[in-house]
Design a protein around this ligand. Structure first.
Ligand SMILES: *Cc1c(COP(=O)(O)O)cnc(C)c1O
Length: 388
């Protein structure tokens, strides 16, 4: 696209470079980890901040046959962007949602309870087309999904009735893990057992799902018996480990897709004892140079990483000096004098010595998922290696 091409050559304040070759390689690696299952690339929240249409296209090129989003609006936007030859599922519905648009756009939708089943069947009737429905079981996450027992029996019975009436097709039975990133956690085996029980109940009543699915990235990477017919991988597609306890991305053959960098907007000498940024929480220990990085919490740089976040400048790791402000923060360059415009790399794959999103997560007391998803819209995404 011309906009992308222009951005590639223009000097930018800051940029999130998105390496689509790395994303495609990650998808192929994940398919290799779950050879018996189809792969859904989860591209919710603008592909975890990486740009949904571009990442979705790259994932499909690499063999993903499903795309997943949270909201129906996100799923409809994929169709509008031309992603028409791929199954698209969305699961986060509220009453009055765009069910009819979803049916007409051939989306797969999730139903966790009776209100949703009523709305989707009404929409299918209006559209004159059957809806593709995945019945969601709460096997222990304690969040979305239908409770086991009487609630599940009722939902299955009424869904089968709607299917017999031609209003829906029950395409999936599914659930979601609470602690898949903690292998051996007793809830994992308990959820798997209950998932088998709840799917067996539905199948015993006559449900013939195309796909049964429960595995997210950590389960895809560590728990083959959870793969069933489809794995729903999000964070691993973007080359980030689901948790540092499980390993670093390279342990799984994954490569981080996003590199976040900025051009220094000022470098200046200051004397010792100089307070830096709001609140003066950093005071220069001696005469030094300061570099101004034009990114702040409005761009998604976590304010909790004040005084802690790492940045690569001129081949050296520097640390955020003082508070991260809305639009900018400062690093102490220890007397080095790179010119304004020099690159400051906040995070990337790590193989050029730069920090990773995981390093920022540690600095901010959060998870790497939050670091990449929160990079704001003011930071242009520059997609590279778009063509295979
Ligand atoms: C976000 C999400 C996923 C993907 O999770 P990752 O840990 O990023 O792989 C899978 N399934 C559901 C229901 C989700 O909401």
């Amino acid at each position: 696209m011309t906009e992308t091409a222009a951005l590639r050559t223009a000097p930018l304040r800051a940029r999130a470079e998105i390496d689509l070759a790395a994303l495609r390689a990650n998808v192929r690696t994940l398919r290799g980890r779950a050879p018996g299952a189809a792969l859904m690339a989860v591209v919710k929240s603008d592909a975890y901040g990486h740009g949904a249409p571009q990442c979705a296209r790259a994932a499909v090129q690499a063999g993903a046959t499903w795309l997943g989003t949270a909201t129906p609006e996100e799923a409809l936007a994929l169709r509008a962007a031309g992603l028409t030859d791929v199954r698209v599922m969305c699961w986060l519905w509220t009453p009055g949602g765009p069910w009819q648009e979803a049916v007409e756009a051939d989306l797969d939708v999730s139903v966790s309870g009776m209100w949703a089943l009523r709305e989707v069947t009404a929409a299918a009737r209006r559209a004159g087309l059957p809806a593709r429905v995945h019945l969601k079981a709460d096997t222990g996450l304690g969040r979305g999904g239908c409770q086991p027992g009487g609630d599940w029996a009722e939902l299955v019975r009424e869904a089968l009735r709607a299917e017999a009436g031609g209003l829906i097709r029950i395409t999936g039975l599914w659930s979601h893990f609470a602690c898949a990133d903690e292998p051996g956690h007793p809830s994992v085996a308990a959820q798997l057992a209950l998932f088998r029980e709840m799917t067996a109940h539905a199948e015993g009543r006559g449900v013939r799902p195309e796909v049964r699915h429960i595995a997210n990235s950590p389960a895809t990477l560590t728990l083959p018996e959870s793969h069933f017919d489809l794995v729903r991988t999000g964070i691993a597609v973007y080359g980030i480990s689901p948790s540092p306890e499980l390993g670093v991305p390279a342990d799984f053959g994954l490569r981080p897709v996003m590199t976040l960098s900025a051009s220094l907007s000022l470098v200046k000498q200051v004397p010792g004892g100089h307070g830096v940024s709001y609140g003066h929480h950093y005071v220069t220990p001696g005469e030094t140079t300061l570099g101004l990085v034009p990114l702040g919490y409005a761009d998604g740089i976590p304010r909790h990483a004040s005084g802690a976040g790492p940045v690569l400048v001129g081949g050296k790791w520097r640390t955020v000096a003082g508070r991260i402000a809305m639009d900018q923060f400062v690093v102490d360059l220890g007397g080095d004098e790179p010119g304004a415009g020099e690159q400051a790399v906040l995070f990337g794959p790590g193989d050029h010595g730069e920090p990773t999103a995981e390093d920022w997560a540690q600095a901010a007391g959060t998870i790497a998922y939050e670091i990449v998803t929160r990079i704001g819209t003011r930071v242009p995404r520059v997609h590279v290696n778009e063509s295979v």
